[in-house]
Write a protein that binds this ligand. Structure first.
Ligand code: HEC
Length: 105
């Protein structure tokens, strides 16, 4: 009985940890699809619209050498034609997006 409960708690804890990690990844991807993909493309290659506004591929060396903080700050405050998202997304969402974008290359 004791072991059963312990096992149950371990399984429940693991499920919670796994689920929260999965949700974190899902949320950034969903947000990206909904708000960023139309300019930055599904895999970080800018779309025609994005390119015409001056967006670079996230694999471009100029972007790769930016820090996570810089990527988050551009997302937050915008830059030239890049819209600002600080009023639309939470700081956590923006930080997750910076990491997500970094993975697109
Ligand atoms: C309306 C088109 C548009 C949308 C939507 C958009 N961006 Fe951008 N983004 C741009 C443009 C244009 C630039 C280039 C700005 C510059 O350097 O002049 C840019 C630049 C960036 C950069 C800096 C690296 C680079 O490619 O120059 C990051 C990071 C970024 N965007 C993230 C995001 C994220 C995350 C979202 C969604 C929350 C998003 N963008 C939505 C147009 C867009």
């Amino acid at each position: 009985m004791r072991l059963g409960i312990k096992g149950f708690i371990t399984a429940a804890t693991l499920t919670t940890v796994l689920a929260s990690n999965l949700f974190a990844a899902d949320t950034a991807q969903d947000t990206y699809k909904a708000k960023c993909q139309m300019c930055h493309g599904a895999n970080g290659e800018p779309t025609g619209v994005g390119k015409s506004m001056g967006a670079k591929a996230f694999s471009d060396p100029d972007v790769v050498k930016m820090s996570d903080t810089e990527l988050a700050s551009i997302t937050s405050n915008g830059k030239n034609k890049m819209p600002a998202y600080k009023d639309k997304l939470s700081a956590d969402q923006i930080n997750d997006l910076a990491k997500y974008v970094r993975g697109l290359k």
